[in-house]
Write a protein that binds this ligand. Structure first.
Ligand code: NDP
Ligand SMILES: O=C(O)C1=N[C@H](C(=O)O)C[C@H](O)C1
Length: 245
């Protein structure tokens, strides 16, 4: 049995993950902690899951590393500077591992993978991400990661930026520039988490779309990471390697 603690346990995703851990035969939920609670119960865990808030996650991770607890992290808000800080902490504590993934839904991971593969074959690429209106960050972590992957694949293949003749327009009309890719964020009641990668070429378009229709979609990827994080080394980004991608 792997002993698991959840940080953000009363949140939308955290509550779902507590149910998933409790339902798994090989996992034991030993701590369920939310804002304002002591982190002490997490000391009993081998692996902590963090689905909290971009403002809270770094403090939680430093605490996990100090206490030798592996962490599986879905919380967004990681840039290169934050990742370097986490690597630094882990370097001082060999044997403790952290896996951070912008999206744990298997379909979303495949969407990013397919977008990366397709991106060099098309002149234009833009991303539309659509989420519930209670989301704190925009654009989403998934869209930022997708833009990074798409740009890296296009640069490697020698493909330039998407054409765009816009010279006048309202601020925001063309979305955010993430690594040279335009990302448009929709916030709409009724939605959960959705993304379209739009690719355009000569007389054709390709749309790669993923929909999380329920927060259950994140559980299999998170549980896979919980089971495997102990055998990884230091910081791992994404679950692609665990899925054999
Ligand atoms: N990687 C992935 O696959 C996914 C990532 N996410 C990301 O996960 C994060 C959480 O999403 P979601 O569940 O919708 O958000 P919620 O706001 O519903 O849940 C977050 C919970 O964490 C609590 N919290 C805040 N600070 C702390 C802290 N220091 N310690 C413990 N708990 C704390 C919040 O309490 P309070 O409300 O009182 O502040 C809240 O209950 C977001 O960054 C989101 O983008 C979401 C879905 C999938
Ligand atoms: O806040 C959410 O809900 C989600 N956050 C992650 C992100 O920002 O990409 C993952 C998923 O899109 C759901």
């Amino acid at each position: 049995m792997v002993k698991v603690g959840v940080l953000g346990a009363r949140g939308r995703v955290g509550a779902e993950l507590c149910r998933a851990v409790e339902a798994a035969d090989d996992l034991e939920l030993v701590a369920a902690v939310d804002a304002g609670d002591s982190r002490e119960p997490i000391e009993a865990a081998e692996v902590a899951i963090d689905f909290t808030h971009p403002d809270a996650v770094m403090d939680n991770l430093r605490w996990c590393v100090e206490h030798g607890v592996h962490a599986v992290v879905g919380t967004t808000g990681f840039d290169e500077e934050r990742l370097a800080t986490v690597r630094g902490w882990l370097g001082e504590r060999p044997g403790t591992n952290i896996l951070i993934a912008p999206n744990f839904a298997v379909g979303a991971v495949l969407m990013m993978h397919f977008a990366q593969k397709a991106a060099p074959f098309f002149e234009s690429v833009e991303i539309v991400e659509l989420h519930h209106p209670n989301k704190a960050d925009a654009p989403s972590g998934t869209s930022r990661r997708t833009a990074e992957l798409v740009t890296a694949a296009r640069e490697k293949a020698g493909v330039g930026l998407s054409p765009d003749a816009t010279t006048t327009g309202l601020e925001g009309a063309r979305g955010a520039d993430v690594d040279g890719v335009r990302v448009h964020a929709v916030r709409l009641a009724g939605l959960i988490a959705h993304q379209e990668v739009l690719l355009g070429g000569h007389g054709e378009t390709l749309t790669i779309r993923h929909d999380s229709l329920s927060r259950e979609s994140f559980s299999p990827g998170v549980l896979l990471a919980v089971r495997r994080v102990g055998e990884l080394s230091g910081l791992t980004i994404g679950i692609e390697s665990l899925l054999g991608l």
